[in-house]
Write a protein that binds this ligand. Structure first.
Ligand SMILES: [Zn+2]
Length: 185
């Protein structure tokens, strides 16, 4: 009998997340307990660095490759997603800051297409940990950079959602915290 855990097969795409999560900027999330009022701009970096350690521990779990149910990402796949979220949010922040206070438009990001293209399920946990920690470090440094005056600088997502430097940081933190809740991390 072959060892299926050493040679996992493609589990197929997870159920796409098409929800618009911007409501978490104005009210608490009933799932993960995140409260937007608890996040101060100067606290974003610390939350990200704490999350980095918790995700690294998730990747070390023996069940990291196991999908908890059909259509739901494994912890490994969530970690790959969060790595890419860190990069996307950092680039959006840099784009706003490069805009010098003028409205900028974010390119669209299809997270489910990215998951399929990069075959998240095939990630190597040790390699992913290196990439995940680097992505968190870069994002944490980037969100430590804005001055108080820059916090209100605007960015527009392609679907029309409006962000500022401050609300982008809050939105990003929720994503990171919510996925820790997803993986019980
Ligand atoms: Zn949440």
């Amino acid at each position: 009998m072959s060892d299926v855990s050493a040679h996992p097969s493609d589990p197929g795409p997870a159920t796409p997340d098409t929800a618009d999560w911007t409501w978490v900027l104005t009210r608490p999330c009933p799932d993960c307990g995140f409260d937007p009022d608890d996040v101060r701009p100067e606290g974003v970096t610390e939350i990200l660095l704490d999350a980095k350690r918790r995700y690294a521990a998730v990747l070390a779990r023996p069940d990291a490759r196991t999908r908890p149910s059909a259509g739901v990402w494994s912890p490994l796949e969530y970690c790959a997603h969060v790595r890419d979220v860190c990069d996307v949010m950092r680039r959006r922040l840099e784009q706003i800051l490069d805009g010098g206070g003028e409205q900028v438009r974010f390119a669209d990001w299809d997270q489910d297409a990215t998951a399929a293209e990069k075959a998240y399920w095939q990630s190597d946990p040790a390699q992913l940990r290196v990439e995940l920690e680097a992505a968190f470090d870069a994002a944490a440094a980037a969100f430590d950079r804005p001055t108080r005056a820059q916090l209100s600088w605007p960015g527009l997502r392609s679907n029309g959602s409006r962000f500022t430097v401050e609300s982008l940081g809050r939105y990003f933190v929720h994503d990171v915290v919510h996925h820790l809740w997803d993986v019980r991390g």
